[in-house]
Ligand binder design. Structure first.
Ligand code: A3P
Length: 272
């Protein structure tokens, strides 16, 4: 298997990969999947706003509402005890998801983002996390970053499955209401136009940045992140990469920038 970027904590528990694979997924489960820094929290908040059953969760943070399936805290054992519908998030590649997903169980919403913007966002995120003590320059970070394995393609190939919804950060940015409608119909929710606009507003960058239940400001309070570096809700822009990339860096990342459809064709050709 290729190299994946997985959280360090993942390996602290023995048999974690096996436990995730065998995790029993309910048909009503909603799993938000992504490569880190692709807009995961944005989708989580949209799903949260669309879910009327979550009203009693008003004082819970987005992290508590959507446990991270591969992470030790609160862990799969906690999820197994949650009542339906259960909400969760993962940064695992498609190949490492619970097997039940492959047989149509649960609903998976995958968000993909331009890899150049992901790299810039990830660079700031890594610097923000106190545990990493990372002080490298963007160019050094990029060298390690391009060394990882493609995450998007695995989900892209499965986009026609009835339990997978593949969306992009850029589409959501350009036309939030259209994408929120797509998400709501995928989840089988009926939401009128007025509610839709309200959800788009509540999930706008500025609203989320000032919402203490979604902006991860509690990480600063816990010492997990350093406010002097950046906020979790950093810029929320499309194309910020242009402020960072040199010609050489573009060459480095180019291989990751091929559109999933084109990449799929290249791989098929390679395998002939
Ligand atoms: P930037 O660092 O480019 O600002 P994730 O939730 O997967 O970790 O992704 C975080 C990225 O999504 C950050 O990108 C964050 O600002 C952006 N983001 C979060 N909510 C957003 C929103 N409502 N609108 C636009 N971008 C958002």
């Amino acid at each position: 298997m290729g190299k994946y970027w997985l959280p360090f904590e993942f390996f602290k528990e023995k048999n974690k990969l096996k436990d995730v694979k065998e995790f029993h997924v309910h048909d009503s489960d909603v799993i938000i999947a992504s490569f880190p820094k692709s807009g995961t929290t944005w989708i989580q908040e949209i799903v949260h706003q669309l879910s009327d059953g979550l009203s009693e969760s008003e004082e819970l943070t987005i992290e508590e509402i959507f446990p991270y399936i591969e992470y030790v805290y609160p862990g799969l054992k906690h999820l197994a005890k949650c009542t339906s519908p259960r909400y969760m998030k993962t940064h695992l590649p498609y190949e490492l998801l619970p097997d039940d997903v492959y047989t149509g169980h649960g609903k998976v919403i995958y968000i993909a983002r331009n890899v150049k913007d992901v790299s810039v966002s990830y660079f700031h995120f890594i610097k923000m996390l106190t545990i990493t003590k990372y002080s490298g320059e963007f160019n050094d970070f990029l060298t390690t970053f391009v060394d990882g394995k493609d995450h998007v393609l695995g989900y892209w190939k499965q986009r026609e499955q009835s339990n997978i919804l593949f969306i992009s950060y850029e589409d959501l940015h350009k036309n939030p209401v259209v994408v929120i409608k797509q998400i709501s119909s995928f989840l089988g929710k009926s939401v009128d136009e007025k509610q839709m606009l309200e959800i788009a507003f509540q999930c706008s960058f500025s609203q989320m940045k000032s919402n203490p239940l979604v902006n991860y400001s509690w990480w600063h309070d816990l010492g997990i992140s350093d406010k002097k570096q950046t906020d979790f809700m950093r810029k929320g822009k499309v194309g910020d990469w242009m402020n960072y990339y040199t010609e050489d860096m573009l060459k480095k990342i180019n291989v990751c920038c091929i559109e999933p459809a084109e990449k799929e064709q290249l791989i098929l050709k390679d395998n002939l």
